[in-house]
Ligand binder design. Sequence first.
Ligand SMILES: [Zn+2]
Length: 306
Amino acid sequence: MKHKTFILLVLSLLLSACSTPAADSGKLQVVTTIGQIGDAAMNIGGDLIDVQPLMGPGVDPHLYVASEGDVTTLQNADVILYNGLYLEAQMVGIMEQISEYKTVVAVAESIPSEQLLASPIYPDEHDPHVWFDVQLWSIVVEQVRDTLMEADPANAAAFEANAAAYLAELQELDAYVKEQAERLPAEQRILITAHDAFNYFGRAYGFEVMGLQGISTQSEASTSDVQDLATAIVERQVPAVFIESSVPVRTVEALQEAVRARGHEVAIGGQLFSDAMGSPNTPEGTYLGMVRHNIDTIVGALLGGN
Ligand SMILES: [Zn+2]
């Protein structure tokens, strides 16, 4: 709480200073929260804009609190893109404040609400993890494109052309994920992970999804969650469960222990990139690479159980 009050204070001081400094490069300055949105902006903007994602590899957006440096970065941006749908739960206040004087867009909120899943834990919220359904993510990419075109009309034609090429890549990616998923018989498509990030993935690609921690990492997995899931793993003979790059591994290890106590073994099938992408300059440091890594890891581990 103290920290939040401090940030709001810093923010109002910056606001009272009042001038928005022009970027040295003369390029449109775009700041995003999660890397997935930054990646979309980089693909659309290319060399014509500067993009800075605040949340790097392994960072959990549900818990992320803006640092003093982030407040300055946000203050200097021309355009701020965040997911919304309550993903960045600790940054809602800051985004609302800044949106009073500059372009701040919750890009996932451009998806028609009838296509969104409900949050199983917050009664009035939607599930924010929309990037796992490549078709839904395409709608988000269109929103990023439209925002950039409006903010920098001189480069609108280039943004439009780049976005068209990227959207075509997303269509190929979606086909690839479907093709890989179909290598698994329907009854083997059971995905168990540390937190409930994969419900859109499950709906789009035909997986039954069970998470240990609920939809946000803000709540800890309870002992009964672990026991219920261990029972399901034994009954359904699930060969592998998965860890996530942005969630501590201990909850999944507790699950493995509980399965072992029932006289069975479940493997850790690998690490998935759920809420954060991989390191820059690795294939998983891009949205396309992260989605490919996830489906390859999931299918490989679940098929390996045969
Ligand atoms: Zn999450």
